[in-house]
Design a binder for this molecule. Structure first.
Ligand SMILES: [Zn+2]
Length: 89
């Protein structure tokens, strides 16, 4: 009896561990670190100082970043709905 529970727990712990690994990688990709750029890497629009201060390591202007976020979520939403839900809840 107890064995069954322990095994289920171990499996879901493993799954959670790999999801948080994955999330950590996604977040590392979504939030670049390092020096902020003064101008967008995509369109060379100036990045406002407030944005650079708020997002250390920012490389994109708001327009390019939101475009990138949308396409990133559209791609990720199909395969990663499960991990996205657990991130939100
Ligand atoms: Zn831009």
């Amino acid at each position: 009896m107890a064995g069954g529970w322990a095994r289920d727990g171990a499996v879901s712990e493993q799954i959670e561990a790999s999801i948080s690994d994955e999330l950590a990688r996604m977040q590392a990709r979504a939030k670049p670190t390092g020096e902020s750029l003064t101008h967008c890497a995509e369109c060379e629009e100036e990045i406002p100082e407030k944005r650079r201060t708020a997002l250390p390591g920012v490389k994109l202007c708001i327009d390019c970043q939101s475009e990138r976020d949308q396409s990133f979520q559209a791609q990720g939403g199909i395969n990663r709905r499960g991990s996205k839900d657990s991130q939100l809840k």
